[in-house]
Design a protein around this ligand. Structure first.
Ligand code: PLP
Length: 410
């Protein structure tokens, strides 16, 4: 910077900008949650296209078998999204209009939207701190004679307190349908997530731990639920289309339920098969990044994500420090914007559902009804954590986040 420049631009904002440039801001935008797609997936996709089986076919069958093997569940049924899976689980479990389903407001909209799609009513229970997952101690107060199910969400990849949740469900004869969109690799006291509740639903959306572009999977050990998910997920037809046209001869189908169009395509499974083979390797990389962040941010005005509970495995889906507003001159959105200007893409997971217009107005919620979810909504910031990050990317995030919090510190 020569003298003429610094004299000319003496207003505070510009000086801030000069300061940033001098600190070696990265020159390309770091996209939040970008997937790691490797050559095996690309080759498999090409072969899939050449094979002619691009919709539901043999690759979906292979992917389901591999997934059931990985989770250790009796059944794994592939679908076109986790949202579809949540809807279908509740239909398969025979939820009826007017039933109530307990879940957390600190989740993605799909969890509660799917409850409404079945005609049931979502009933929110606040999260516990610092875990940020549903607070089992607050569940029983919300149970009525209409309550049929609990949907715990393994938020950010951290398993919920399943012992407490299962005990409550058993006592009140409720179903447990788990939203494991973040938690493919997670384990709870020696058991894989996906083998504990009645039904578990996973997501393979493009930012998740395993990606198929769009996609989801249901796991269950219950034969009746599995059969219903398979039938109801494809128009309510008694036989899958790919079996119908296979070389053992044409077979008629029968419509036994006005079902949905929720099937996964072989093009999606082509990605999933290879992503699943690499899943633990990718988790290892995210664990490394997580540890580097924890070490680098220990002295910053943030509450770091809590360490996993003993005897559990955290799936490390999202790294979400809470910015300590009490120690900062800026709100969370300002900090997020400052990172964006430094070419670091971040996310917000989540603004609690009870603060969104639909849920607020339809159920008359006040912000303070769920104080912990409100607290997190105002402070949470998700930093990049995918296995596609290079060491330099991680260093850039560390530098920018540290610089930004220093700048707005009190
Ligand atoms: C992503 C997500 C979903 C929905 O998954 P899709 O596969 O996109 O339908 C549901 N619940 C949670 C917690 C999620 O993060």
């Amino acid at each position: 910077m020569d003298e003429t420049v610094s004299v000319k631009y003496d207003d505070e904002n510009i000086l801030d900008t000069i300061f940033i440039v001098e600190e070696n801001m990265r020159d390309t935008f770091l996209v939040f949650g970008s997937p790691l797609i490797e050559e095996e997936e690309i080759q498999e996709m090409v072969e899939c296209l050449r094979s002619g089986w691009i919709s539901t076919g043999p690759r979906v069958g292979t992917f389901q078998d591999m997934f059931a093997g990985y989770i250790g569940s009796r059944y794994a049924l592939a679908l076109n999204s986790c949202t579809a899976g949540l809807h279908l689980s509740m239909i398969a479990a025979d939820l009826q209009p007017g039933d109530e389903v307990i879940t957390t407001p600190m989740t993605f909209a799909a969890t509660a939207n799917a409850i409404i799609h079945t005609g049931a009513k979502p009933v929110f229970v606040d999260i516990e701190m610092p875990a940020m997952t549903i607070d089992p101690e607050k569940i029983e107060a919300k149970i009525t004679e209409k309550t049929r199910a609990i949907i715990p969400v393994h938020l950010y990849g951290r398993p919920c307190n399943m012992d407490a949740i299962t005990a409550i469900a058993d006592k009140h004869n409720l179903l447990v349908i788990e939203d494991a969109a973040h938690a493919i690799e997670a384990e709870y006291k020696g058991r894989k997530i996906g083998t504990i509740g009645d039904i578990t639903v996973f997501s393979f959306y493009v930012t998740k731990n395993l990606v198929t572009g769009e996609g989801g999977m249901i796991t269950t050990n219950n034969e009746e639920y599995a059969a219903k998910v398979e039938t109801y997920g494809l128009h309510g037809m008694s036989r899958g289309a790919w079996k119908r046209y296979s070389d053992d001869g044409f077979k008629h189908y029968q419509v036994v339920f006005p079902g949905f169009k929720y099937n996964m395509m072989d093009m999606q499974a082509a990605l999933g098969i290879h992503q699943l083979k690499r899943i633990d390797q990718c988790l290892k990389r995210r664990e490394e990044v997580w540890q580097r962040y924890d070490e680098a941010f220990a002295q910053l005005p943030v509450d770091l994500p809590p360490a996993p509970e003993e005897n559990t495995k955290h799936a490390r889906h999202l790294y979400t420090p809470l910015v300590r507003l009490e120690d900062l001159k800026a709100d969370r959105d300002t900090i997020q914007q400052a990172l964006h200007e430094e070419n670091i893409g971040t996310g917000i997971h989540y603004i609690s559902l009870h603060l969104h217009p639909y849920y607020r107005d339809a159920y008359g919620y006040q912000p303070e009804d769920f104080p912990n979810a409100l607290h997190v909504s105002r402070r949470t910031l998700s930093l990049p954590l995918s296995a596609s990050l290079s060491d330099q990317d991680v260093q850039d995030v560390i530098d920018s986040f540290t610089r930004t919090l220093d700048r707005y510190g009190t």
